[in-house]
Design a binder for this molecule. Structure first.
Ligand code: T1G
Length: 697
């Protein structure tokens, strides 16, 4: 049953019951309609209360139903809301915890609304690339005023119920009920049971004293902010209709906009990312309810950029941290960086002084491993050298209490080797943060061959607590993200040899939507990092060809911004990337040495070689079981590598293009003698899906 019905002293109570958040799926909608029917036919019933069981009034339309016939099966959400609004007896929404999207639209169709304080009220549809499609854009402005409504609809952000109840003249909430909501709602229903006419939000007026100027300004602002997303501007148009058109005409406008946005690639990408983020938290062979270890104190080894950033994540979540370094000045320097980061946030008004002080009070330091014994989790963020890791993990193994979790922040070393330095490999795991560690959302959780399931689940849940998007990776060179970026970087190097300039590649990729192209990224992160990895690779995989261009650049000491020059030239103190004559000369000479005649390469070829290299390597990573699912690959690239959100990630983008087309393009790349034909053999998973006309999702 996805909505229950009972009568309490003449008041019918319909309770939505579709866990986990009472999504308004078909069965729930049907059960509410049946409940209304029963209540109207029962002479003993004077009024009706609708509420939600569990941890939500309702999280909105059941997005799991999107795209399926059920989503539109009658009574669809619009019909149900019209049915509620047209009921012959008063209908009171009793709202608590979460009331979002279609859930709020259902409540707006009721005649009255009572609410608990602290409830999250939102119309988040814009975050899914659509707009409220069941009257939200027409009723909310009538209930709380145009500007408050437009802010909520365009941002999609939740607002606390008690704040909305304070808006002068608002008609959203008739009463804020402290204490027992149902008791208060039933009392309220008895009070208004005989009141007529039944108030309807649709009969209110939505007006703005200077509408044309306001909406013109709003439209321009929104257009500038959301340049790649069509939905926000449509939200502005729809709310403007609420002030200009008759209610039913406004509803028609909203419905047309909703239908148009639902089929946009941007909305499909955002809905894909919504589910991908939630799917990533599921580990196929570890039950969701696996008991987890209590993490009350965290130790961090290393107070460098990574160690400091990692520490901040836990301080921000109210978890005490002790940082260990070898020398006092390293500690002092590390703490100073943490302070500087917080003070910058305080200056920007993003962090209150008292919160800053609270977080610093949770931080302690030590020079001695012996003082780490009471930590429940230790994360090492020391130099990326296996001998250094060995010393650290042998020391940790000697001092950490039984049951403590030992995590490595390594980005390229073999976690199983690291675990073997200890007598407790089952307690060892990888927590690969991305720099800056206190900012980047991605956390690759590296599962060793011996990592215990409860250790994995503990870190996954802890990752969510520190607001990271956790993606589980198996052990391989580069895990998920770096293993793929390796192929992306190889392609970037080949493109330079074949005739591209660094700025041409960067521009093409940034036009596609990446935050930063490969060469600007290299100059930012430091070209010497890739250089060190390639040197190791030349020994380990001698037959894996790389373009020498990046090595030639590093041999000139051009590591990037940190040395004042890299692929680009820089003016001291500025970050603008200036195309470099010297680099372009070096490339010309290098091509000549290789006997390559430079050719004009289209932006399309640049983008497709770079993006499809991610897709092909990503497909291999999925079929090897390093990643559990293709959407995990998308989450890694959306949250860790600046892949454009409105394209949904590399695998989703490949689905949008069509895997058959991707494979055709790869066949063409394989024919290019200057490229790497071996790499462009489609991964078996990709070839199979393409041949069967299927997609990754
Ligand atoms: N439909 C179906 N399932 C949903 C859902 C929804 N609306 N919202 C969440 N879930 C699932 C989610 O996939 C996960 O499932 C579980 O609930 C817990 O989610 C016409 C058409 C409500 C604030 O966009 O913001 O209404 O992975 O981990 O942190 O205008 O979920 O466990 O199987 O996020 O406590 C508009 C989106 C829909 C709300 C709860 N509504 N959801 O947060 O739990 S479009 C939304 C959220 C619409 C109308 C249009 C959050 C939450 P599983 P969770 P949480």
């Amino acid at each position: 049953m996805s909505a229950s019905y009972e009568v309490r002293g003449g008041i019918a109570v319909i309770t939505l019951n579709n866990p986990p958040v009472n999504g308004l799926g078909y069965d729930t909608r049907k059960a509410v309609a049946e409940g209304l029917e029963k209540a109207e036919d029962d002479a003993a019933v004077k009024a009706i209360v609708i509420t939600g069981a569990g941890k939500a009034f309702s999280g909105g339309a059941d997005i799991k139903e999107f795209g399926s016939p059920k989503a539109l099966a009658e009574p669809n959400l619009l019909s149900l809301i019209a049915r509620v609004e047209g009921a012959s007896k008063p209908v009171v929404a009793a709202i608590h915890t979460v009331c979002m999207g279609g859930g709020l639209e259902l409540a707006l169709g009721c005649h009255y609304r009572v609410v608990s304080p602290g409830a999250q009220i939102a119309l988040p549809e814009v975050k899914l690339g659509i707009l409220p499609g069941a009257g939200g854009t027409q009723r909310l402005p009538r209930a709380i005023g145009v500007e408050a409504a437009l802010n909520m609809i365009v941002s999609g952000e939740p607002v606390k119920s008690e704040l909305l109840a304070q808006i002068p003249g608002q008609k959203l909430f008739d009463r804020v009920i402290e204490g027992d909501l149902m008791q208060g709602a039933i009392a309220f229903a008895n009070e208004i049971a005989a009141a007529r006419p039944l108030p309807m939000v649709r009969d209110l007026k939505a007006k703005h004293h200077d509408g044309d100027a306001y909406f013109g300004f709003a439209r321009n602002t929104v257009k500038a902010m959301a340049k790649n997303f069509p939905a926000p501007v449509r939200c502005v148009d729809a709310v403007e209709q609420a002030t200009k058109a008759k209610f039913d005409d406004g509803m028609k406008h909203e419905r047309e906009a909703f239908a148009a946005l639902m089929i946009t690639p941007e909305s499909k990408a955002l809905r894909h990312a919504f589910f991908a983020e939630r799917a990533a938290s599921k580990v196929p062979d570890v039950p969701e309810d696996t008991p987890i270890r209590d993490i009350r104190k965290v130790a961090v080894i290393g107070a460098g950029t990574m160690g400091g950033g990692i520490s901040m994540n836990f301080l921000n979540a109210g978890i005490p941290v002790v940082i260990l370094e070898m020398k006092q000045e390293a500690l002092d320097k590390g703490i100073a960086i943490i302070r500087k980061n917080y003070e910058a946030q305080v200056k920007k008004g993003k962090l209150k002084e008292d919160k800053y002080a609270e977080r610093m009070a949770l931080l302690s330091t030590t020079l001695s491993y012996a003082e780490l014994g009471d930590a429940d989790l230790v994360i090492e963020a020391v130099f990326e050298e296996i001998s250094v890791k060995q010393k650290v993990f042998e020391s940790l193994d000697a001092v950490m209490k039984p049951g403590a979790i030992l995590a490595s922040n390594t980005s390229t070393l073999d976690l199983d080797k690291i675990a073997a330095f200890t007598k407790r490999p089952q307690d060892v795991i990888g927590m690969h943060f991305f720099s800056p560690a206190n900012v980047m959302k991605l956390l690759e959780v590296v599962r060793g061959a011996k990592t215990a399931p409860d250790v994995l689940m503990t870190v996954m849940k802890l990752g969510k607590k520190i607001k990271k998007t956790c993606v589980v990776s198996g052990v391989c060179d580069g895990f998920i993200g770096n293993r793929m970026i390796e192929q992306y970087s190889r392609q970037a190097g080949f493109l330079l040899e074949e005739g591209c300039t660094p700025q041409q590649v960067d521009k093409a990729v940034e036009k596609f939507g990446f935050a930063m192209g490969p060469f600007r990224m290299g100059d930012l992160a430091g070209n010497d990092i890739g250089w060190a990895i390639r040197k190791r690779r030349y020994v380990e995989k001698p037959n894996l060809r790389y373009s020498k261009t990046a090595d030639l650049l590093c041999e000139l000491g051009r590591y990037g911004q940190k040395t004042g020059a890299g692929w680009y030239d820089y003016v001291p103190g500025k970050r603008d990337a200036i195309p470099s004559e010297l680099v372009n000369d070096m490339l010309g000479k290098h091509r000549a040495a290789l006997g390559i005649t430079p050719r004009k390469i289209s932006d399309d070829e640049i983008v497709h070689r770079l993006v499809y290299s991610l897709v092909n390597e990503g497909a291999r990573i999925v079929e090897e079981g390093i990643a559990s699912r293709a959407s995990d690959i998308d989450m890694v690239y959306l949250t860790g590598y600046g892949f454009p959100l409105w394209r949904g990630g590399p695998m989703n983008y490949a689905d949008t293009v069509g895997l058959w087309n991707v494979v055709q393009a790869m066949k063409k790349f394989a024919k290019n003698p200057a490229d790497d034909a071996g790499f462009w053999q489609p991964a078996p998973l990709l070839a199979r899906l393409a041949a069967e006309g299927k997609s990754f999702s």
